[in-house]
Design a protein around this ligand. Structure first.
Ligand code: SAH
Length: 343
């Protein structure tokens, strides 16, 4: 099989040019067409000789196809369903904020982490996405809207640190100044907490924001909702977070989805505060999105506020995540899920 040309960095394109007996400067031209002009076929690369375009045509560009776009009437949020070349479906979301346009991308088709409240994991993992398939979600959305994407969150379907090498390649390509050049500081990667990969990522010293899906103040509760908690304890996870902060200087975000009667009590709030106090971090609260196949209920608005106040009393930075696009589909993975199961 031919290598995936849209997942290649400039050095790799230069080697490919050598193989094809072409001048190295062609690599820069091709890179710029693919990652800055966002063209979807070789014929548009008008400054390349026809002979080179012909040679390149043997390397399929594997552009995903847009299946549906749902537009929120409320807040301009758009939800995209894409079909990959092998038929796998993935979804991405565009959110419009005052500070710019943010795209939430998927890192895998499906997921094998098994979080009980999450729709993305119900059918298991189909496969990990290539760097080009992560890029395409952003490129397609920027082209469709004609608006610049300034922020990226890797918070869609999949566990990004379970697709580590492709994720890193993606991060370097999306932040490359000769491509879209999205600054690492505007990129957030969310993980359910794979400790060894967090340690490894810390060593890369990227300026991205790391978000940890914590969702519980202790192992006992966490194990009832997140199987990954059986592999790594909250203590181990928090040590990895400290290490990440020391290595990168980047403040950690903790995601905490409030589930009625499971993790939303006053005791949970004080235990959480006690454990993360002293760590340079920020907590993002969100009432859980009910998923049809699951029985969890969301914490009421009033109780969410109580939880927030309690954390603040202990001096923790906390925000309630603004929910967007609530009129176009519910929780993470639900659009893809409803397509797959046909309801
Ligand atoms: N696997 C990664 C990224 C994808 S999930 C991770 O676990 O972080 C993105 C975020 O949405 C995570 O914090 C996840 O726990 C949360 N999430 C998943 N399903 C949800 C639901 N039904 N309601 C609220 N948050 C949910």
């Amino acid at each position: 099989m031919k290598p995936d040309i849209r997942s290649m960095n400039k050095e790799e394109l230069i080697s490919l040019m050598e193989e094809l007996h072409e001048k190295p400067f062609r690599a820069g031209q091709i890179f710029s067409w693919l990652h800055r002009s966002l063209v979807e076929n070789y014929d548009e690369m008008t400054n390349l000789p026809k002979s080179l375009r012909e040679k390149l045509s043997e390397y399929p560009l594997n552009i995903p196809e847009t299946v549906t776009v749902q537009k929120s009437e409320k807040d301009g949020t758009r939800k995209y369903l894409f079909r990959l070349n092998d038929g796998n479906l993935i979804e991405s979301v565009l959110m419009r904020y005052e500070h710019g346009n943010s795209v939430c991308i998927s890192s895998q088709a499906g997921c094998r982490m098994g979080c009980r409240f999450c729709a993305s994991t119900i059918g298991g993992l189909s496969r990990s996405l290539l760097p080009s398939e992560m890029l395409s979600q952003i490129y397609k959305i920027q082209k469709e809207t004609g608006e610049r994407v300034s922020h990226v969150v890797v918070m869609g379907t999949g566990e990004p640190l379970d697709n580590y090498d492709n994720l890193l390649k993606f991060l370097s390509l999306i932040s490359c100044p000769d491509g879209l050049g999205i600054s690492a500081r505007n990129i957030t990667v969310s993980t359910c907490g794979l400790v060894p990969q967090i340690m490894k990522l810390a060593e890369e010293k990227l300026q991205i924001t790391l978000a940890i899906s914590l969702h519980a103040p202790n192992d006992e509760i966490r194990r009832t909702i997140m199987p990954v908690a059986n592999r790594y304890s909250v203590d181990e996870l928090l040590s990895a977070c400290r290490y990440y902060f020391e290595a990168t200087g980047r403040r950690i975000t903790f995601e905490y989805s409030l589930i009625e009667g499971v993790n939303d009590s006053d005791e949970c709030a004080s235990e959480l505060a006690g454990r993360i106090r002293g760590l340079n971090c920020h907590v993002n609260l969100i009432p859980v999105n009910p998923v049809k196949e699951r029985h969890y209920r969301r914490t009421s608005r009033g109780k969410v506020l109580d939880f927030k106040n309690k954390l603040e009393k202990y001096g923790i930075n906390v925000t309630i995540r603004r929910e967007m696009g609530t009129d176009i589909d519910g929780a993470c993975g639900q659009l893809r899920r409803s397509r797959i199961s046909g309801n």
